[in-house]
Write a protein that binds this ligand. Structure first.
Ligand code: C2E
Ligand code: MG
Ligand code: MG
Ligand code: MG
Length: 279
């Protein structure tokens, strides 16, 4: 009886696991092909100076457009690329492409590029990035790398080596998704960040939540104290924009200010000028 019950308990999980595994193998093979065929490309979302409303740069956001025309978001394929050992090739390809695109923008615009957590435990990462910049001819001061706290915590010693290589060459570093990790404040005093990006979740709820408003206010004050630029992500509403401007937040990013768009559709009027006055 026990054996029978045991079998009944285990049985339903097997097909599900097999399916999961089969799917994973399929996605991995598709991803490998997508990298080979350069089907994963950067889209660009504007970063806007909240005082002047001018675009100061763009964040590159990876987009995988499959043959069937479907878009797979980065949160689905970046982890697969990491586990399958494809992240180095994918990053090299995306960064090369993004740097090439940035070369065609006016000189004052910055390219912001995301690094995955596991990449910061790769000692050679800094040198590889600098080589790409050199190959493409994009000056180091025109690029900013976005890293998360979890990336630094994983292997603090190597992360410091990598960040030092980059910072010494003139690359700027932004701490992404600030407020969602564990040891934000200790990371802030351990490293020289140029920018802090307040996570979207704070911006999404701060008007309806007085405490969130106070948290954002405190982060902005912290930035001012440390001499670090503060960016707010995920601005969707006019009222959020207004409040962030009132609080003295430096830079904004969000659907209200501009959605991620392919390189070829960054209109000339969007680059190097003010965000069009709405209404
Ligand atoms: P992230 O770096 O925090 O990027 C911001 C995410 O918020 C992007 O999602 C962006 O499309 C989205 N977003 C921007 N404005 C708004 C808004 O107003 N409302 C809402 N609801 N969302 C907004 P996306 O493009 O899906 O990227 C997700 C994450 O994937 C990124 O988060 C980043 O961590 C990672 N990622 C993207 N591209 C790359 C890449 O090339 N390499 C690596 N390693 N990671 C990447
Ligand atoms: Mg980012
Ligand atoms: Mg972010
Ligand atoms: Mg995020």
């Amino acid at each position: 009886v026990a054996k029978k019950q045991g079998r009944n308990l285990v049985k339903p999980f097997v097909p599900a696991m097999q399916e999961e595994l089969a799917k994973r193998i399929r996605v991995e093979a598709d991803l490998r092909a997508a990298i080979k065929n350069a089907e994963i490309v950067p889209y660009y979302q504007p970063l806007v100076d909240l005082k002047t409303k001018e675009i100061i740069g763009f964040e590159a956001l990876a987009r995988w457009k499959t043959a069937s025309g479907e878009f797979i978001p980065p949160n689905e394929f970046i982890p697969v690329a990491e586990e399958a050992g494809l992240i180095v090739d994918l990053t090299d390809q995306l960064l090369r492409r993004a740097c090439g695109d940035a070369l065609s923008w006016p000189n004052h615009l910055v390219l912001s590029f995301n690094l995955s957590p596991i990449q910061l435990s790769d000692r050679l990462l800094g040198l590889r990035i600098l080589r790409i910049l050199g190959d493409v001819g994009l000056p180091a001061h025109r690029i900013e790398l976005e890293v998360t706290e979890s990336a630094i915590i994983q292997d603090a010693v190597t992360a410091r080596i990598v960040l030092d290589d980059l910072v010494n060459a003139g690359v700027r570093i932004a701490l992404d998704d600030f407020g969602t990790g564990y040891s934000s404040l200790s990371q802030l005093s351990n490293y020289r960040f140029d920018k802090i990006k307040i996570d979207r979740s704070f911006v999404a709820s701060f008007e309806t939540n007085d405490k969130q408003d106070k948290v954002i206010k405190a982060i902005i004050a912290l930035g001012a104290g440390l001499g670090v630029t503060i960016t707010a992500e995920g601005i969707e509403e006019e009222s959020q924009l207004q409040r962030l401007q009132d609080l003295g937040c430096d830079i904004g990013q969000g659907y209200l200010l501009g959605r991620p768009a392919p390189a070829e559709s960054l209109a000339a009027d969007q680059i190097g000028t003010r965000i069009a006055q709405r209404r």
